[in-house]
Ligand binder design. Structure first.
Ligand code: BTN
Length: 282
């Protein structure tokens, strides 16, 4: 992975870290997550690479990391900006004994693990339903959950997580256009470069803790934690569905993990899937 350090020195005169399985392992305290770690210089999408490994029988806890993605994917068919050597693009395989209706909670598990890993940097991560982690009002991380079925049960769940760690604001704005103003990175928010190996290890450690908690105490424990970090309650949001849009006040998440919205007419709705745009405070 020497390519990354060389690239960064050329770009801005600073030597950033490069991802290293050995550096990550040194800080791992897990029993399952990270038993196998695959690190690539470039892939289309870490989720897609891990899906192929899972179909070939990869074990629970298998991790795929990449320095860059050429076809990084986000929710609702969006792309995920994945420049080389700056951020974290990671996918983790789970083989839980659950039904498909229970899969969405894994997205909450991932957002919580990202938030836990962000805390030590002196920032205050907030969550935006269903899968965003925000610093201030800007998105720093997103999660893409994929799953496969076998004989009526979930065969595996893939948690794909992107975290903007060292990408700067100018690069985000240049790459994402107007949407770039709604994105940030940990280094922008914390004012210091981030060691990606340290962050990756902390994230994986927390991911195992949160999945253990889910197994031991069920989805309600995860939802309770998620609610404590919910940054949307009381805010005016626009719910954009494929064929219509409406506004309302975000009222938290239901026990089924859906977004509760009080429409401007006063009705309470539960949103299962939509794009949520924050308009302003209540
Ligand atoms: C979103 O916010 O819409 C979800 C973004 C998820 C991005 C990550 S990066 C690692 C993994 N591989 C992908 O192609 N997507 C996820």
């Amino acid at each position: 992975m020497g390519e990354c350090a060389a690239l960064d020195v050329l770009q801005d005169g600073r030597a950033h870290d490069y991802l290293s399985i050995e550096h990550i392992r040194r800080r791992l305290s897990t029993e399952r997550v990270g038993t196998r770690i695959h690190l690539f210089t470039e892939v289309g999408s870490t989720n897609e690479t891990l899906r192929r490994l899972a179909d070939a029988g990869a074990i629970e806890g298998t991790v795929v990391l990449a320095e860059s993605q050429t076809a990084g994917r986000g929710r609702l068919g969006k792309r995920w900006f994945s420049p080389a050597c700056l951020n974290l693009y990671v996918s983790v395989l789970f083989r839980p004994l659950i039904e498909s209706s229970a899969v969405p909670v894994f997205s909450f598990v991932a957002s919580l693990a990202v938030s836990d890993a962000l805390d030590p940097y002196g920032v205050t991560p907030r969550l935006k339903w269903p899968n965003d982690v925000l610093l201030g009002d800007r998105k720093v991380s997103g999660t893409l959950v994929a799953f496969a079925m076998k004989r009526g049960l979930v065969d595996y769940v893939i948690l794909g997580v992107g975290v903007n760690l060292n990408v700067d604001a100018v690069t985000l704005r240049t790459a994402l256009g107007p949407l770039g103003a709604g994105a940030t990175s940990l280094s922008e928010a914390a004012g210091l470069p981030v060691d990606r190996n340290v962050f990756a290890a902390h994230f994986l450690n927390y991911l195992e803790s949160r999945t253990d908690e889910y197994r031991a105490r069920g989805p309600h424990a995860i939802l309770a934690r998620w609610r404590r970090r919910d940054g949307m309650v009381g805010r005016l949001v626009e719910i954009r569905e494929p064929r219509s849009a409406y506004r309302g006040i975000a009222r938290g998440v239901s026990d089924r993990g859906r977004l509760l919205v009080q429409t401007l007419g006063g009705a309470q709705r539960e949103v299962a899937s939509a794009e949520i745009v924050v308009i302003e405070r209540e």
